[in-house]
Design a protein around this ligand. Structure first.
Ligand SMILES: [Zn+2]
Length: 114
């Protein structure tokens, strides 16, 4: 309410290429988003609007988040279990069980423990 005059005359709206697009004198703020690909994007929002938690990365289209240490979409670490579920979906349960057995044997072998 009280901070109206400070913004006037700043670099808002100095784009001579689009004369018909009127830029509002409304205050803006820059919000930095991080995507899982490591892109850092500064997005402008109206100061009154609360920025969304995620924003599509302008460079790769993946969801970007506010926390640079924990960008969204990074939970891609597919556990062994989900792969198995995928395999089971494509085959009969019997085959799935067989594959499960074989896979478990391999895992045991790799880990070198019973
Ligand atoms: Zn990106």
């Amino acid at each position: 309410m009280s901070s109206g005059s400070a913004i006037r005359g700043s670099r808002v709206g100095s784009s001579p290429m689009r004369p018909d697009e009127r830029t509002e004198p409304a205050p803006r703020r820059e919000v930095t988003y991080f995507c899982s690909a490591g892109h850092i994007s500064d997005i402008l929002f109206a100061a009154e609007a609360s920025p969304p938690e995620t924003w599509d990365c302008p460079r790769c289209g993946q969801p970007a988040g506010l926390d640079g240490k924990n960008p969204p979409g990074r939970l891609r670490s597919e556990p062994y279990k989900s792969h198995l579920a995928y395999v089971k979906e494509r085959r009969s349960d019997e085959d799935g069980a067989k594959i499960l057995e074989e896979a478990l044997a391999k895992v045991r072998q790799r880990r070198g423990r019973d």
